[in-house]
Ligand binder design. Structure first.
Ligand code: CMP
Length: 140
């Protein structure tokens, strides 16, 4: 599999607990390169648009509130099989089901405050990267 890019968010529960460096160490330790990164505070509109695919789900409003409750770090990760590798590193959405050693097992507080987001496919990665980054901000 060729070099690939995926989109990642370090969520407000993790930035609040000063975990950005620890989470980045997991990515880098597994061979993913952080080729773009910025700390932002998402507006409600941004969070609503980003998670629009979940608009009909019962947790949508709470999820949007949570994602704009504090700063997040948005990132582009690059490496072999980056999408699948990042999902493996993150672990299951619900930390109660996450495997030992995964980011969510190590750090997540709950299914909502689950510390990280990662794209679920290369197609969605391209859409999510383009939503937050200009091409000139990504330096491989
Ligand atoms: P994420 O990978 O960012 O994608 C959608 C998010 O919705 C997910 O992580 C969780 O934080 C959140 N989520 C998914 N399922 C639930 C649920 N049942 N209750 C609350 N939040 C959820």
């Amino acid at each position: 599999m060729a070099n690939e890019r995926t989109f990642s968010i370090i969520k407000p529960d993790a930035t609040r607990r000063n975990l950005t460096g620890k989470i980045n160490a997991v990515f880098e330790g597994a061979g993913l390169r952080i080729v773009a990164q910025k700390r932002i505070w998402m507006s409600r509109e941004m969070a609503k648009t980003f998670y629009a695919v979940h608009a009909e789900r019962p947790f949508y409003n709470d999820l949007v509130d949570f994602m704009c409750s504090g700063p997040v770090v948005v990132q582009v990760l690059e490496g072999e099989n980056a999408v699948a590798k990042n999902r493996e590193l993150m672990g299951a959405t619900n930390p109660a089901n996450a495997a030992e050693g995964t980011i969510r097992k190590l750090f997540a507080e709950s299914i909502e405050a689950n510390s990280v987001h990662g794209s679920d496919s290369p197609e969605n990665a391209a859409i999510e990267i383009a939503y937050f980054f200009a091409g000139c901000e990504i330096v491989g």
